[in-house]
Write a protein that binds this ligand. Sequence first.
Ligand code: FE
Length: 208
Amino acid sequence: MLDLQSFFKMSYGLYVVSAAFEGKQNGCIVNTVMQVTAEPPKVAVAVNKLNLTAELIEKSGMFNAAVLTENATMQLIGRFGFQSGQDLEKYHGIPCTTDDNGICYPGESVGAIFSCKVISQLDLDTHLLFVGEVDQAADVSKEPVMTYAYYHQVKKGLTPPKASSYKKPEEQSGWRCKICGYIHESPDLPADFICPVCKKDASFFEKL
Ligand code: FE
């Protein structure tokens, strides 16, 4: 038997994996980043082949992995996780930092950054698994890092508590984006509404 529920018990983090080639910078959200050896330190990362980032890693032989912290906004996660680098320059108009290899990573909400040279690559049908030797590692902030479980709790938390009045989930009303979980808190959803997080149109929203 193959009980798909059992896969939800695997633990992950949340990362922005980035690469650059011939002046093109891109990054995407990845949960599958792990250290695989210590001496020398190597990490493995699986990236969907449909992501522009996978193509940039293949061409350049380099990538970096930024560990996101719990204070990362849904806008940041949405930008790197729900929008395509084919349509959007991910690093335009947001704070960003560049590693020693000239690859960007987010300028905020990053706990640590690992820059890697690819030493091996495995074709996994839908994904490419890259193994990289780490040539730069930096502890960027002391903020707690985001686990994949925390991300899902936040996502399912629908609306973050507001400073003035916290609304219990059952009191929430409005429209929820089925793609990213964003809540539009209004009884009405304009026909031309675009999700501010993942940029999907009104047809992707469901009434709460
Ligand atoms: Fe959305």
